[in-house]
Design a protein around this ligand. Sequence first.
Ligand SMILES: [Zn+2]
Ligand SMILES: [Zn+2]
Length: 280
Amino acid sequence: MAHFICTACGMQYAESEKPPAQCAICEEERQYVPPRGQSWTTLDALAQSHTNTWREYDAGLLGIGSTPHFAIGQRALLLRTDKGNVLWDCIATLDAATVTAIKGLGGIQAIAISHPHFYTTMVEWAQRFDCRIHLNAADKAWIMRPDPAISLWEGDTFKLWHGVTLIRCGGHFEGGTVLHWQEKKNGGANGRGQGKGIVCSGDTLTVATDRKWLSFMRSYPNFIPLSAREVGHIGRAMAPFSFDVLYGHYFDRVIAKEAKAVLEKSIARYVAAVEGKRGY
Ligand SMILES: [Zn+2]
Ligand SMILES: [Zn+2]
C-alpha cells in the first residue's frame, strides 16, 4: 500500500495497492494529462530524486520550492508571524532536510492553501508538523486524501489569528483563496511590505510574467478565461484589505510595491478586454 502522487499535478491520493487509474485533477478541464500519459511516484522516491530550494524574501518570509522542477512547479511560502509559522500553499517534496530546517525555525502552526492544484502532500506536512490544514469548503470535492487534520472554512473570510486572514476570492476555483498578512510592527515582512500588509495569492491572482500586472483565469494551461462577473467579484472580495506587496506562486512572481493599485488596474484591464471595451 502506498500514497501515490501524480507526477503531472503533484496531487497525493489516499492509500492504495496500485496507482489510481487516473488523476481526477488532471482529467478535469483546468489541468491536462501529459502526452506521455499519466505516471505516479511516492514521497520516498521523490526524496531520492528531488531536493528543496529556499529563497528568503526577508527574515519573516521564506519561499520553498522543489529542484528540479516537479509537477506544476509552484513554491510554497513559510510566513513567520508573531503568533506562529504558517505554510502557505504546499509542494509535494518534503525531505528530511526540509523538516529539520523548518523545525529549527519553530515548526508550522497552520497550513493554508489557495486551491486544489496545490493540495499535493498537505497531509504529510500536517503530520510531520502536527498542525491543521485550512481549506475553503467550496473545494471539498477535490480533496483526494481525506484526513482529520483538514479543517474546512466557509464564508468570505477566515482569520487564522490576529493579522493573518484567508480571503475567498473564487475565480480559478470556487473556493479560490488568498492570504492577507498584516502585523502592527512590520506588516508581515520585515523589509518589504513595511506595515502596509502583504498578500500571498497562489494563482487565484496570478502575477504576470512582466511582474507589473495580475491576471485571472479558470485554466492557465488550457487558456480558459473567467467572466467579468467573476473577476469583478475578486475586486470586491479584496476591497477591504490594504497591502503593498503581493507574492504569486513561483519564486520570481512578486509585485514588489503598490500591489493593491496593481490589482485594481489589472481587474479594470481584464474586464475591459472581455467586454470588448479595451480602447486600443
Ligand atoms: Zn494529476
Ligand atoms: Zn491552479
